[in-house]
Design a protein around this ligand. Structure first.
Ligand code: TXA
Ligand code: MG
Length: 325
């Protein structure tokens, strides 16, 4: 079993594996990442193989701090980057900036930009320090499937194919980083995530929100993503009872009416007290549990479309899309 507790010794072991071109799963404050040395193209190729991820889907590069960013991008002195870094790093914000040639093409999927973030999770930070290289890391799930928020999720999905899993417990935010594209004149919100867009706009001014990007350069933007294997339907309002004899699952934001809940084979409540932060942290775990419960379908109730709710609704909307990839 390549799964070990994220002790200091094991972080050092993981760093050694990364320096030798291996792949290591590790916790971040958002979800578990599947990391490789970002400057080693061959090592990064293994990430794509393990995830069965298409090569048009670029990776996020994780670094220790703003001081590491100048080596990867020509935008090191972009005042917008400096303002965002001061406000949100370390933390769950990713910026897309023009890349330098040192970044391998496989990392950026041939794009002229690179996505960079500074994680705040102590294990991720310790690993970056010990490895001494930037770490390219997508979420540690098979392509298109639900993102992992525990070492269990990683082990069940790709455990046999990674060199090591650092177990640092459940990830605190539970949804991925917010991605802002700074490569053009106006900043663009590419993916809603753990930092609410409103907070970024308070620092940067209005963000452009693309309706749909063509061609798809960011798979976070593919319709079908974050998807359980069980068909999922995102409702407009509260769920009614399941059909008699049906083995359905219910993903509710707050506790459902007992009369409704009792008609479902399995019920997961994101946040009994209606807290979006708690709901985000539990989202992928609840989806994993429902997907493993042998259900014929899952119905999901919407969460309020504000703050973190926007990221949650984004993931649920993609979870319901028919798989096309
Ligand atoms: O919270 C997170 O961001 C997690 C943890 C592990 O850091 N990582 C993560 O990675 O969510 P991944 O690969 O699952 O999602 C990265 C997203 C993808 O949608 C990818 O297309 C986009 O970032 N991306 C990466 N580089 C990009 C670029 N140069 N331009 C546009 N989008 C980019
Ligand atoms: Mg992902």
């Amino acid at each position: 079993m390549p799964r070990v507790p994220a002790s200091q010794e094991n972080v050092a072991l993981a760093a050694e594996i990364l320096r030798r071109g291996g792949v290591v799963a590790f916790p971040t404050e958002t979800v578990y990442g599947l990391g490789a040395d970002a400057l080693n193209a061959e090592a990064c190729a293994r990430i794509f193989a393990v995830k069965r991820r298409p090569h048009f889907d670029p990776l996020i590069v994780h670094v220790r701090g703003i001081g590491d960013v100048g080596a990867l991008t020509t935008a090191g002195d972009d005042p917008r980057l400096e303002r965002l870094a001061a406000a949100f790093w370390p933390g769950p914000l990713t910026v897309v900036v023009p890349r330098r040639d040192i970044v391998p093409g496989i990392v950026t999927a041939g794009l002229e930009t690179v996505a960079v973030r500074v994680p705040s999770h102590p294990v991720a930070r310790a690993l970056l320090e010990a490895a001494g290289c930037p770490i390219a890391a997508p979420s540690a799930n098979p392509f298109g499937y639900i993102s992992p928020t525990t070492a269990d999720h990683v082990e069940q999905q790709i455990g046999a194919e990674v060199d090591l899993i650092l177990d640092g417990g459940a990830t605190p935010h539970g949804v991925e980083s917010t991605i802002v594209d700074l490569s053009g004149a106006a900043p663009v919100l590419l993916r809603p995530g753990a930092v609410e867009a409103e907070r970024i706009e308070a620092v940067l001014g209005l963000l452009v929100r693309p309706v749909r990007k063509e061609p798809v350069t960011a798979p976070g933007q593919l319709d079908s993503h974050y998807a359980p294997r069980t068909p999922l339907e995102l409702l407009d309002g509260r769920a009614g009872p399941a059909a008699p004899g049906e083995r359905a699952g219910l993903l509710a934001f707050r506790a459902p009416e007992p009369g409704v809940a009792s008609t479902y084979a399995r019920v997961e409540v994101l946040s009994p007290r209606g807290d979006l932060r708690e709901a985000a942290a539990r989202l992928f775990s609840c989806l994993h549990d429902l997907d493993g419960a042998g259900l014929s379908r899952i119905v999901a109730e919407p969460v309020p479309s504000e703050g973190l709710g926007v990221a949650i609704l984004d993931r649920l909307g993609r979870a319901q899309a028919k798989r096309r990839v």
